[in-house]
Write a protein that binds this ligand. Structure first.
Ligand code: AHR
Length: 348
C-alpha cells in the first residue's frame, strides 16, 4: 500500500467521509497503474475476469462499465471512446453490453459489486428502477459515475453525472425548425427508447418551443427505438396512411432513425429535405453526409466522446476532489448551410 503525504491524508478523510472505510481501502490498493486491458461481455451478469491477481503495488484500477447496447452510430462512438480512453490510461475496464435490457444492466452492476471493482460507471437504458442496485453499490462502498443518461434516483446514490442536456437539445431542434418554417409545420416525431432520458427530455424540450409556436403541431408520434431499421419501418407505415400525406416535417430523436426514415421517404416517391424537412439529434458523420446531399436539414449535436471526461472524473474522485453533481457537455446546431464545411472535422 503506498504511503500518503499530508495532501493525500486530507483527500482520504474526504473520501472516507463520503464512502465507507472499506471502499477507501479498496481505492488505496488500486492506486497503481499499468498497461490497459478491456474484458468485454454481452452475457448478462458476466462482467469479465481479471485473470491472475497481481501484487497490490502492480494492481490496475478496475472500472466496471455497463453499456446500453449498440443501437446507433452514436452508441458505437461512445463505446469506442470509453474503451480507448481506459486503455490509454492503463485501466482494467470490465465492459458489459446489456443489449437494451435493464435487467442485464442490473445483473452486470451486481456482478461488478461481487467482483469488488474500484468504480462502477453506467449509462442507464431507462430512467426508473435503479434505486435498489445503486443502494447495493453504495453499501459496498463502490462509487458510481453516471454517464450519458441520468437515472431517476436520489442524488446520494451516485457521485456525478456526465452527459448532455437533452431538454436543451429538443429545444434547439424546435427553435431551428421554427425559424426555418416561419412557425408553421405538421410534424411527425420519431421518439427514442420508451422511458429513456433522451426520449423523455428531447420530447419535453421540443414541446416547450412548440408551446410558443401555435402553428407548429405534432400530428404523429411513435417510437423508432433509436435504430435505423425501426425508424424506416415506422416512417414507411406512416406514409401509407392519410396522415402521412399531411406531414411536412420529421423530427427524429436521433440521426439513425432519421436516416432510416429518409430511405422510407425516398421509397415513397417523396424528396426528404424538401417535401418533408428532416431535423434530428446526435451529429454523426452519416447525418452530415445526408445534409450535403440535401436529404437532412439539421442535426443537433450530442457529443458521444465521454471517455475522457468519465476517466477524468474517476481520477478526481481518487484524489478526494469534490465533483459537481452534473457536468453538462455542450452541444451545437449544424444545418445544411454548414454541413459541407464541417464534414471533414467530424470525429464520429
Ligand atoms: O443517450 C444518447 C442517445 O442514445 C443518442 O442520441 C442515441 O443515438 C443513442 O442511442
Amino acid at each position: 500500500m503506498p504511503a500518503l503525504g499530508p495532501e493525500g491524508r486530507e483527500s482520504m478523510k474526504i473520501t472516507m467521509h463520503r464512502w465507507s472505510i472499506g471502499a477507501a481501502l479498496a481505492l488505496l490498493i488500486a492506486a497503481g497503474c499499468g498497461s490497459g486491458s478491456t474484458s468485454t461481455t454481452t452475457e448478462p451478469g458476466a462482467a469479465g475476469t481479471t485473470g491472475t491477481t497481481p501484487a497490490p503495488s502492480d494492481k490496475k484500477l478496475v472500472v466496471g462499465f455497463s453499456q446500453i447496447g449498440a443501437e446507433s452510430a452514436w452508441r458505437t462512438a461512445n463505446t469506442e471512446s470509453i474503451k480507448s480512453e481506459a486503455a490509454a490510461r492503463g485501466i482494467d475496464l470490465k465492459f458489459s453490453d446489456a443489449q437494451q435490457k435493464q435487467d442485464n444492466q442490473i445483473k452486470s452492476i451486481k456482478t461488478f459489486i461481487a467482483q469488488k471493482v474500484d468504480y462502477i460507471a453506467f449509462s442507464p437504458v431507462v430512467e426508473t428502477g435503479w434505486g435498489p442496485v445503486l443502494q447495493e453499490a453504495k453499501a459496498a462502498g463502490i462509487p458510481v459515475i453516471v454517464s450519458d443518461r441520468r437515472p431517476d434516483v436520489p442524488e446520494d446514490l451516485y457521485v456525478t453525472f456526465i452527459g448532455a442536456d437533452f431538454i436543451k437539445e429538443g429545444e434547439m431542434a424546435a427553435e431551428w425548425l421554427a425559424k426555418k418554417t416561419g412557425g408553421k409545420a405538421v410534424i411527425a416525431e420519431l421518439t427514442g427508447t420508451p422511458g429513456s432520458a433522451p426520449a423523455n427530455d428531447r420530447k419535453k424540450g421540443f414541446e416547450n418551443i412548440l408551446a410558443k409556436n401555435p402553428g407548429m403541431k405534432i400530428a404523429f408520434s411513435q417510437t423508432g427505438e433509436f435504430t435505423r431499421a425501426k425508424g424506416k419501418e415506422v416512417m414507411e407505415a406512416l406514409l401509407k396512411t392519410p396522415k402521412g400525406a399531411e406531414i411536412n416535417v420529421l423530427f427524429a430523436h436521433n440521426d439513425d432513425m432519421a436516416l432510416g426514415a429518409i430511405q422510407a421517404i425516398e421509397e415513397a416517391g417523396k424528396k426528404p429535405g424538401k417535401d418533408i424537412l428532416v431535423v434530428s439529434i446526435d451529429g454523426v458523420k452519416d447525418a452530415f453526409v445526408a445534409m450535403t446531399e440535401g436529404k437532412l436539414n439539421c442535426t443537433v449535436e450530442c457529443n458521444p466522446l465521454l471517455g475522457p471526461p468519465l476517466f477524468d472524473a474517476i481520477e478526481k474522485i481518487r484524489k478526494g476532489e469534490t465533483l459537481p453533481k452534473r457536468t453538462i457537455i455542450p452541444d451545437g446546431v449544424f444545418d445544411e448551410a454548414v454541413a459541407a464545411k464541417e464534414l471533414p472535422n467530424r470525429k464520429y
